[in-house]
Design a protein around this ligand. Sequence first.
Ligand code: NDP
Length: 324
Amino acid sequence: MAHAIRVHKYGGPEVLQWDEVEVGTPGQGQVKLKHHAIGVNFIDVYLRTGLYPQPSFPFAPGMEGAGEVTAVGPGVTDLKVGDRVAYAGAAGSYSTERLIPADKVVKIPDGIDYKTAAGMMLQGMTVRYLLRKTYKVGPGTTLLMHAAAGGIGLIACQWAKHLGATLIGTAGTDEKCKLALAHGATHCINYSKEKFVDRVKEITGGKGCDVVYDSIGKDTFPASLDCLKPLGLFVTFGNASGPIEAFNAGILAAKGSLYMTRPTLNTYTAARADLVETANDLFDVVKKGAVKIAVNHTYPLKDAGQAHRDLEGRKTTGSIVLLP
Ligand code: NDP
């Protein structure tokens, strides 16, 4: 019998419930997967709490997984039983088995194991679009990346270094800062001890950054805007401390004609060609060793609640994986 961690009502980690589930056979365009590893991401917390409302209950949270194809539905031509695949962006991954549209998955290249794949798809593809599409980071770019020791953070530190950019990270403890620096951050500010705006000004000689990537939300807004050059780009892509409240757009004028975007991975990988290109770019940097995926925490799938407690409690670094 298949099992899934499901949410029957919004709430804390205690609402994550271990249920028996019926998976069925794949329909048109679908494949059935047996998960070998499942990625945990901050978005799973937003789904569980209802910050990102779901259409119905119960639902299995989790957007990311890696596993083998165990059955193929009608109309699927490019996948077969036994293929090793991974995905990000299809809710329902907290499960031992699932059905999924075939066009949401990509084959895992040789040399990348299931645990690494589950730890990298969502965060790695996010870093890819943030650094390559939302803003074209390259040599000469100075960027600020909050939560630089987190899942997104450690990948971003390595990828930005690979691109020749100057990455200023922030993190909540000195140990986390050390980790970010060890992964390629040029500077790291412990923002629980120091005012990050002052330090960014110091580091950049008063100039500010070309782009600020802010996944913290409420606690770092609007201070993050003060870290930008005139005409700089503010990328708000997450709400770890809560969403940014409504504000007067005039603040962007006052702080130097700033640009602002609120991107999602979904938009950047909605077309199959974009998904494949994004995943291939990620596989490429991982295979050549420019980006190493730090799966620093694993839990049995049944203990997803503990994984959420640790993630929300700022106890984790790098990627988190659940094992079915
Ligand atoms: P992380 O591993 O980065 O964990 C979140 C980190 O945020 C914590 O470790 C902590 O680091 C920091 N943080 C600061 N304030 C708080 C707070 N009040 N509560 C909890 N954490 C806090 O998670 P992910 O790598 O999974 O995701 C990072 C962010 O990126 C999330 O906000 C997520 O929503 C966003 N995201 C957005 C995507 C998009 O396409 N828009 C896609 C994927 C992720 P520290 O202690 O160092 O401050």
